[in-house]
Design a protein around this ligand. Sequence first.
Ligand code: ADP
Ligand code: MG
Length: 349
Amino acid sequence: MPLNRRDFMKLGLGACLLPAVGCSRAEAVVSEEMYVFGTLVGVDVLSRDTKAARAAIAEVSHAFTRQNRDWHAWKPGALGDLNRAIAAGRAHEVDPDLLPLLREVRELARASGGLFNPAIGKLVGLWGFHHDEMPVGAPPHARAVAELVAAAPSMDDLEFDGARVSSRNPQVQIDLGGHAKGVALNRALDRLAALGHGNALVNLGGNLAVSGTRGDRPWRIGVRHPQGDGAIASLEVSGRMAVVTSGTYERYRQDGDRRYPHIIDPRSGQPATHVVSATVLHPDAARADVAATALVVAGTEAWPEVARSLGVRDVMIVDEAGRVQLTPGIAAKVQFVEPPASVKTVEIA
Ligand code: ADP
Ligand code: MG
């Protein structure tokens, strides 16, 4: 028996929507979820061809798995090999996929005035964040922290001779935890677009980037509430845009009722606590990722200056008391789920 139109719809094959080009399947969002980068990853692709979309998402998901291994801050992989060579005082031929990240992140670290410093891997490890499980118990000894701060590890300690990288400072240990997911987002959207999927949303555990639209609507994104479950706000974005949030609420060291979050101020060696969440909108997800982390370190007063020098203009900051500061560009887009304790608009240009 031939299929009628309703049967087609039930099978998800869509209807004839574009008579000018003949019978075409309706566009639909094809979604997949996976667990990579220590977090839940979601990819949504708007497509008329579910099979092609699933194949493209599978390719992107394999790339995430490779990147997670090669760029991991403490597990064996290409970055781990470089860190071992640095600790041993040896020059190392860096994996060609990792090399551009090192150069890029060095520039971004400079632009952040050193508040974003991926060379402080030893400090991050000392606080106990180089484990899948969150650390518990008293913070590390003040003297051990002070020694690592005094060693002043920096991306500027690295010397590049083509792909051969060495460090003048053996205390450098590179941790791309605040940058690599942004790079992965950029590459995923680039690859999906190259495969013909220019309308997509990629979510790496709350670090999101979109391209195009969700059909006749923009993509709608929730920003997680730093002090509770659910979203604090939502915003609509379209075109190539990243919305990256860094916060102190997800990974922290618990010592009795004190929490020491995973973003460390390189100047003191202590966790940054005053900004509980920083959200950055920027077309370049890697820059947005770095900026979100740097603005948490910068704190409730200095963040506009750091945002300016990092070249980001659309920012939302939430502090410990639930007060929100945001720039006019993001204020125009954001919708709060519930009214925050206070909202202040701040110009950074
Ligand atoms: P998430 O990975 O949860 O999205 P971030 O992007 O803010 O969060 O990255 C935080 C990670 O970056 C930390 O877990 C640590 O590995 C690393 N890190 C901590 N402090 C700094 C810093 N001041 N500069 C650069 N990287 C940092
Ligand atoms: Mg970050």
